[in-house]
Design a protein around this ligand. Structure first.
Ligand code: GDP
Length: 300
């Protein structure tokens, strides 16, 4: 059994490689829910939907958000009606979100995701990190912003001073999934807004200490491959490098996978982490996703 901790861009790319190798029934994916919220009347769990679409081979790989080839008729019509949406939600994607919103009138988020997962033919278990609503605020030089306002309205441009998020209860099954795994893979996701929320759940770090944990760094050199991870790490006083990532996970991390461009960090990393794997971690094709997944799984 393999468990993967995921956000909504870097790790889903890796999941595309992992799902080619690991039996789907032997794969559990614990997904960040920190940024979940209602937009235009529908419940948006962006990272969960990205993982659902990735596992169902429907993901839009240009944006790592929504469904490939989707249309935007409803989104455009809302704009014509002077009711613009902050998020650009596609029509097929909106159907998923409407279904989840309806399901959640009677079911927990986990149950709703289970039902959708079944409808999409996904055999792996997808666990939202929590069934509770959380709050995240990005403290910036222009004030305290909601996550999506920072990301979309302000295009991640303001200077970030702090990232604050509420504590929530872990969803049932998370601790058991970690404990019963041969290995836990922390994908190359945003350490602050995707992974830290999962690590902050009660019992998760303790369970990880008892399991083999492998992390792939989302940082190459002194920047993130994409998105605002570097800005968030800096604001939290964490060095923006694979070494900074390793220090963040060091209490439970057994293996760190870093990019070939960071080979010079091998010795420094070797002082705090048992094993360092150096390879190409830029996943820009099926081949690179597959070979990175293979390297990780071979190392288990
Ligand atoms: P979000 O929920 O959309 O923020 O997505 P994630 O948290 O899952 O992923 C964002 C992180 O993925 C960023 O920090 C990127 O640096 C990292 N990332 C994206 N693509 C790649 C890649 O091909 N290789 C590596 N190593 N990291 C990547």
């Amino acid at each position: 059994m393999i468990t993967v901790l995921s956000g909504g861009t870097g790790t889903p790319k890796l999941l595309q490689g992992i799902k080619e190798i690991v039996n789907p029934e032997d794969l559990t994916i614990i997904v960040n829910t920190l940024e979940n919220d209602y937009f235009a009347g529908v419940y948006v769990s962006a990272d969960i939907d990205t993982v659902l679409y990735t596992m169902a081979d429907m993901i839009n790989e240009e944006t790592w958000y929504g469904v490939k080839g989707d249309t935007f008729i409803t989104h455009e019509r809302l704009e014509e009606l002077s009711c613009p949406e902050l998020l650009r939600i596609g029509d097929i994607d909106r159907a998923t979100k409407i279904q989840k919103t309806l399901l959640m009138q009677k079911h927990s988020l986990q149950e709703s995701v289970d039902i959708q997962s079944r409808h999409m033919g996904i055999a792996s278990k997808i666990i939202p990190m929590s069934n509770e609503n959380s709050e995240i605020k990005i403290v910036t030089d222009i004030g305290e912003l909601d996550f999506h306002d920072f990301l979309i309205k302000h295009q991640s441009e303001p200077e970030v001073l702090d990232v604050k998020f509420s504590k929530v209860k872990p969803a049932e099954g998370i601790i058991d999934a970690i404990r019963n795994s041969d290995a836990v893979i922390i994908g190359p996701s945003n350490p602050i807004t995707s992974i830290l929320p999962i690590l902050s759940l009660e019992g998760v770090k303790e369970a990880l200490k008892e399991t083999q944990v492998i992390a792939v760094s989302p940082i190459i050199g002194n920047d993130s491959v994409s998105g605002p991870a570097a800005k968030f790490m800096k604001a939290m006083g964490i060095e923006v490098s694979s070494l900074g990532v390793a220090k963040l996970y060091k209490d439970f991390l057994d293996v760190i996978v870093i990019d070939s461009q960071d080979e010079n960090m091998k010795d420094a990393l070797g002082e705090i982490i048992n094993k360092v794997i150096i390879t190409n971690t830029i996943m820009n094709s099926s081949d690179t996703k597959f070979s990175l997944a293979k390297k990780i799984l071979d190392g288990i």
